[in-house]
Design a protein around this ligand. Structure first.
Ligand code: SF4
Length: 287
């Protein structure tokens, strides 16, 4: 059985104190707790500080281009349904450049887990505001404060019909580990948005800020994560920062809805005949 060190690769070069360290640790711990081995897992990263996670994680990995984590991850899962596929990247990557893919991945409900490292800035390019930055937040790209409303990933995911939505905090690794385990186990698309302080460029959304403002729904006996109405209520309450499992429901995943989708990985099928047919079509076409 794998240990945490078996999922470790290179030493991270993140800034000391960056919240991403805790997410990396929680991901490695969760996979060990689930009894997975590095060869069972594919991690698809994006561009940004968090996207470098594929360098630090020992498993199959793909470092995609900006905003394209989800189509890559869905393609991997549909090609080999036996693999555990996790997408991991930042809020700028996922909610801005990748925003369109985010909507359609939810709609499609492919069986992958998507972990968003949400620090409200583009850290790798020196701290410009990201889509989740609050209105008025001052950054190098918004010297007078961000004029736009922030993107609300939880409300957006609920509106698109997501079947698993959770929110974590890198200052609470125990809860984060449990949420990652639940996201990976969930059949269908899982969104786990994680608040992770960028200690270098964001002096507003700090560890202290989250400790003062977080309300942990996992500790609320009156909250029921299968109640869509309650989840919407929390998603629309912008006065607090909610963490925990926010919504979950069981629905068929994309592959279960596809007629004739093979029960074995596509990668195990013999496609030699089909390939030779295509070769002849190609040759006739261009003869
Ligand atoms: Fe982390 Fe921010 Fe440093 Fe990037 S710039 S490694 S997000 S602290």
């Amino acid at each position: 059985m794998a240990a945490i060190k078996d999922f470790a690769l290179h030493r991270p070069t993140w800034c000391p104190g960056c919240g991403d360290f805790a997410i990396l640790k929680a991901m490695q711990t969760a996979l060990v707790n689930l009894g997975l081995e590095p060869h069972d897992v594919v991690l698809v990263g994006g561009i940004g500080c968090s996207g470098k996670i594929t360098d630090y994680f020992r498993c199959y990995g793909f470092h995609g281009v900006h905003g394209r984590i989800l189509p890559l991850a869905m393609g991997v899962k549909l090609a080999n349904r036996d693999l555990t596929v996790i997408g991991a990247g930042g809020d700028g990557d996922g909610y801005s450049i990748g925003g369109n893919h985010f909507l359609h991945a939810i709609r499609r409900n492919v069986d992958i887990a998507y972990i968003v490292f949400d620090n409200h800035v583009y850290g790798l390019t020196k701290g410009q505001s990201s889509p989740t930055a609050a209105s008025g937040y001052r950054a190098k790209s918004a010297a007078y404060g961000v004029a736009e409303q922030p993107m609300r990933p939880i409300g957006t995911a609920l509106a698109m019909g997501a079947t698993f939505i959770a929110q974590g905090f890198s200052g609470n690794v125990k809860q984060l580990t449990r949420l990652i385990e639940a996201a990976v186990k969930h059949r269908g698309f899982s969104l786990l948005n994680v608040f992770t302080p960028c200690v270098t460029y964001n002096s507003v959304n700090t560890y202290e800020f989250y400790r003062e403002n977080i309300v942990n729904l996992d500790e609320d006996p009156d909250f029921d994560a299968t109640d869509r109405g309650l989840a919407i209520e929390k998603a629309m309450d912008f006065s607090k920062v909610y963490t925990g499992l926010i919504y979950r429901e069981e629905k068929p995943s994309y592959d279960e809805l596809l007629p004739n989708y093979p029960s074995v990985p596509l990668t195990s099928l013999d496609i030699s005949k089909e390939r030779s047919d295509w070769d002849s079509v190609f040759l006739e076409e261009f003869a």
